[in-house]
Every structure is written in structure tokens, then in C-alpha cells.
Design a protein around this ligand. Structure first.
Ligand code: OAD
Length: 252
């Protein structure tokens, strides 16, 4: 595990404004598959058959089978020390924003409060007719399909390829990237836009961008610092160092 530089620690004080962008890699240590790595979803399935509006129109049963499987996985696993460390970091920082591409809700379960979900949440459903939203399990299931009281089908409460992102989450993300002194980019391959545009924006605004990933990505050459290793090890270590620096007790 690579340690944070003395430069980063000198700059990173609790009164600094901090933003964090996370991707599937942070939940990998919880046991949830990523998308592009070994064993990733897109190694075995085609995104266009499962995660597009066209796929849902063509075969809603197949799409729901996959999302129900993902719901089961989210329920069977739990947030890991990486998620917990980010919740702790939020409590230490005066200004903090967490932007996630993940749909598992693990940041909230770990105690993070200010979370913007760019790609929605798999534990929610939205009616494809009237737009009504409900929690997983509140739908009326018939023959493998969930129906709303208006008679239309519910769809998973996530963003599919080709769809626009939720306006408020997207705006929060851009505001955070534009205004934060630090941006931590954790466990994302940095290839899916618009999320992948946030680090570049932050760099242009003079932020110090720290990438935490077990592999190099297209962002790596541009990041101010690349902490190579597992998010579940690096983030708790980073939070402990900040606590030490601020003279706070280590609450791990
Ligand atoms: P990816 O699967 O593309 O990338 C996961 C990243 O996490 C990779 O760069 C891994 O090297 C890294 N990684 C894996 N385990 C790690 C660990 N323990 N610690 C640190 N890093 C680790 O996932 P995302 O970048 O999140 O969108 O994918 C972005 C979007 O593409 C997803 O939200 C999803 C997908 O298609 C939609 O479905 C719309």
C-alpha cells in the first residue's frame, strides 16, 4: 500500500474542503463485483442487453432478473472499512461532499450523510408510467415483473446507458468538483462520463486530486497523487493520519 505523501498531509487539514468520487472498486472488498475488472459484470454480460432503456423494453424480465440478483448481493454483503472511513472523514471535515457512481447505498449504510448518487440506487424502483418511486420489495410482483398501482411496470431506480443523470446529484457533483480544495477519486476506472469529467474539472480549478485505485487508470498521469492499493486499507490509514495530525483520538 502506498502511503500518502507528506505534501498531501501538510495540505489536508480538517478545515479544507474535500470531495470524494467513488466507483465500484470501493465496494469490491465488500464482495460486490466491479464492472470492468476480472470477474466484472461487463466481462460476462453485455451492457446493452441489461442496462439500457431498449433492453428493458425488449426483455423486462431478463433485466429484472439481473437487478434482482444485484439486489440480493447488496443485501447479502455490507459496507467495508473503506466506506466507514469516508463516513468518518465527513465527520472530520468542515466541507465535505461524497459523489458516487455506485448504486448499492453502502455509503449511506456506513453513515455518510452528504451523498450524491449519480447513477441512482438499485434498492429503489421507479414506475415507467407515472414515475412513482418506491423502495425495493414494495412493488406488486406478478410473473416475475413488478407493477405499480397505476398498472405500468416499475423499472430499477438506476441510470442506464443513454439516459440523463439525476439533475440534483449531477449539479452537486459539479459544484463539489469546482469548489473543493481536494478531490479523492476512489475505485473507479474513470472511463464513464460525465463522472469521469469531474477530476479534470477539479484539476482545472486548482484542486489537489488524489487517486486511490489498485490499478492505474486514464486519470493516473494527470492526478497529483496516485495511492495504489486497496481502498479498504488506504482510506482508514489516511483518516487515522488526519486524526493524528489534528490531535484527535483514533476511533477505528
Ligand atoms: P469499473 O468496474 O469500471 O472500475 C472499478 C475500478 O476499481 C477499477 O479501476 C479497479 O482497478 C478498481 N478497484 C477494484 N478493486 C479495488 C479496491 N479494492 N480498491 C481500490 N480500487 C479498486 O467501475 P466504475 O468505474 O464504478 O454504470 O464504473 C463506472 C460505471 O460503469 C458504473 O457506475 C456503471 C458501469 O457501467 C452504469 O451502469 C450506468
Amino acid at each position: 500500500m502506498k502511503r500518502p505523501s507528506s505534501n498531501l498531509l501538510a495540505l489536508l487539514r480538517a478545515d479544507a474542503s474535500v470531495a470524494v468520487l467513488t466507483g465500484a472498486g470501493i465496494s469490491a472488498e465488500s464482495g460486490l463485483p466491479t464492472f470492468r475488472g476480472a470477474g466484472g459484470w461487463w466481462k460476462n454480460y453485455r451492457a446493452e442487453n441489461l442496462a439500457t432503456p431498449e433492453a428493458f423494453q425488449k426483455n423486462p424480465r431478463l433485466v429484472w432478473e439481473w437487478y434482482n440478483h444485484r439486489r440480493d448481493l447488496v443485501g447479502q454483503h455490507a459496507p467495508n472499512p473503506g466506506h466507514l472511513a469516508l463516513a468518518q472523514l465527513e465527520s472530520l471535515c468542515k466541507t465535505f461532499a461524497l459523489i458516487t457512481q455506485n448504486v448499492d447505498g453502502y455509503h449511506q449504510r456506513a453513515g455518510s450523510a452528504n451523498v450524491s448518487e449519480l447513477h441512482g440506487n438499485v434498492m429503489k424502483s421507479r414506475c415507467s408510467g407515472c414515475g412513482h418511486e418506491c423502495e425495493a420489495g414494495m412493488e406488486n410482483w406478478k410473473d416475475g415483473l413488478p407493477y405499480c398501482s397505476c398498472g405500468a411496470l416499475y423499472r430499477p431506480g438506476v441510470v442506464w446507458f443513454g439516459e440523463t443523470l439525476p439533475a440534483t446529484a449531477l449539479q452537486n457533483a459539479f459544484v463539489a468538483a469546482e469548489n473543493s480544495r481536494f478531490l479523492f477519486v476512489v475505485g473507479t476506472s474513470s472511463v464513464v462520463y460525465p463522472a469521469a469529467a469531474l477530476p479534470q474539472l477539479a484539476l482545472e480549478r486548482g484542486a489537489y486530486v488524489v487517486e486511490i485505485n489498485d490499478e492505474a487508470t486514464p486519470l493516473t498521469p494527470r492526478a497529483d497523487e496516485f495511492l495504489q492499493g486497496r481502498a479498504g486499507e488506504i482510506l482508514p490509514a489516511l483518516v487515522a493520519l488526519i486524526q493524528l495530525q489534528e490531535g484527535l483520538p483514533d476511533k477505528r
